[in-house]
Write a protein that binds this ligand. Sequence first.
Ligand code: DCP
Ligand code: MG
Length: 383
Amino acid sequence: MSSHGSLIAHLDMDAFYASVELLRYPELRGQPVVIGGGSDAAPIVQPDGTRVYKRLRDYVGRGVVTTSTYEARALGVFSAMGIMKAARLAPDAVLLPTDFTAYRHYSGLFKSAVATIAPEIENRGIDEIYIDLNAYKDDAQGIARRIKQAVHEATGLSCSIGLAPNKLLAKICSDLEKPNGLTILTAAEIPTRIWPLSVKKINGIGPKAAAKLATLNIHTIAELAACDAGVLQENFGRSYSAWLMRVAQGIDERQIVTYSEPKSVSRETTFERDLHARQDRAELSALFTHLCERVAGDLVRKNVVGRTVGIKLRYTDFSIVTRDSTLEWPTDDPIAIRQAAGECLRRVPLDRRFRLLGVRIGSLSPKDATAMRPAEQQRLFES
Ligand code: DCP
Ligand code: MG
């Protein structure tokens, strides 16, 4: 691997929830198994100690598959599929309930195991992390093997690692040789190994964007890289099209963000349909209030108060505007936040439809339990 440039690993656990369940029920190894039932999907233990498992064909309900073993995937059963649909494809597959407590436990175990070898870790979710390997460039492959080994020793589980010059490429690579993969990519290999892939492999091109690209006859990353900038801009707006062009070249400058105290908390929501400030006023107002309440709830849980309230809007062309306003007093009060956010909203152009609304509060400080803000005092007396 080259000794200049950046070096990032993306690690993703293999069939994570399903693999944790197989630790508990090793006799199911090699079988199609689907995770996603409620507690009534738990196996029944017979008097002689043997277990009788629930099968997909007996399932009735509206649940969805959270994940499945590779044997079940071979039959066409994947995450997010309705369980009854999965039952038509794999009627004999075993169904097991989801047990988040167990998955969180194993998530903590694998992350600590990685940290013993390479401590610069960015958490991405329950089963994936980015690891900064810039300090280990001389033997990145050896470090990656040691990480895989440590994860296996700590959990009994396998993972797949992608090693690449940035997060975007590392994430694509960790998925290329699953399960138990170790995929190494250099910048020079982007045309041969990344361009032939589907645009859907890029984290950030969702089903909606992929479908729109398909209408432009763009299916592979190579086709995206070759696409005319003007055509992309017409269809996706300035900022998203600029991002599309960068990622098609494998460019991504995001740094690894290791854990730190929160600097701000935010909540945002993408609407089911694009909304207009005047025509959808009531609906927007309710959504907006709900976002402020959730942000306030986050502050309370973290025991902090914030002083800068900001909003974010994403218009239908994906362009973004933000506004913020600084309060006289730091707060965690949903009404004060709603009021300040409302003032911000009046300062953005509302003549166009938008698809996303977000509320953020920053300039956080620890909550001083003895100091009560005037607005709170007032409401205390009103009630
Ligand atoms: N998950 C979920 N709903 C989805 C997708 C995933 O609840 N639509 C859960 C179950 C997965 C876990 O998140 O076990 C991790 O997601 P991955 O996409 O990494 O899927 P897996 O780890 O199951 O499989 P893979 O080996 O492809 O990573
Ligand atoms: Mg995974």
